[in-house]
Design a protein around this ligand. Structure first.
Ligand code: ZN
Length: 191
């Protein structure tokens, strides 16, 4: 296991003691320093929590495996859709809390963390959209990208057919029948 992974039993705090030696304490889970060397401060604890979470999720990823991206345009469009939906979820949450506060004079719920999450989600969603626009991935480009696989397959089949014809010793009359027959068969399948 790598030394900075959260559950390494042999990990040691990276701080140096007053005598100049490396601290011998184990670091806080997910952290790089022990509780005596700043491991308890909120910022450090937050980072440690994030690191633990990331290692856990990486484990999940290893278990699930993945497929290569063969259609980056579709993958980007999907990611943009997710970012936008997430922004909407956050927006609804913010307005729910606001409405709750308006009807409950006592207030009490702190909106700021949720608004921070919402703003991050919004930045993310807008960033994704800006990226797509920059790449020229508008409605027309996405429609063409969707059709591309079918067009590529048809072109590939045409090449195969031409090569098959080259190998067969057909009379010009027979050869003339092949292409219409092929086109008809392709139309049937494409239905
Ligand atoms: Zn230490």
């Amino acid at each position: 296991m790598h030394a900075d992974e959260p559950w390494d039993a042999h990990a040691r705090c990276t701080a140096t003691t007053r005598s100049g030696k490396r601290c011998a304490n184990p670091p806080m889970t997910g952290g790089t320093v022990c509780r005596m060397h700043g491991g308890m401060t909120p910022v450090v604890r937050e980072r440690a929590r994030q690191r633990v979470l990331e290692v856990t999720l990486r484990g999940e990823l290893e278990k699930l495996g993945w497929d290569p991206i063969t259609d980056p345009v579709a993958a980007l469009a999907d990611a943009a859709g997710e970012a936008w939906a997430w922004k909407e979820v956050c927006r609804r949450q913010v307005s729910d809390i606001r409405r709750w506060e308006e009807t409950n004079a006592s207030g009490g719920q702190d909106l700021r963390p949720m608004i921070a999450v919402y703003e991050r989600a919004m930045d993310r969603a807008i960033d994704m959209l800006a990226r797509m626009v920059k790449l020229g991935l508008d409605h027309e480009a996405l429609r063409q990208a969707k059709q591309r696989p079918a067009a590529e397959m048809a072109a590939g089949l045409m090449t195969i057919m031409e090569r098959v014809l080259d190998r067969l010793d057909l009379t010009p009359e027979q050869a003339a029948q092949v292409q219409p027959a092929f086109a008809a068969a392709f139309k049937e399948i494409a239905k």
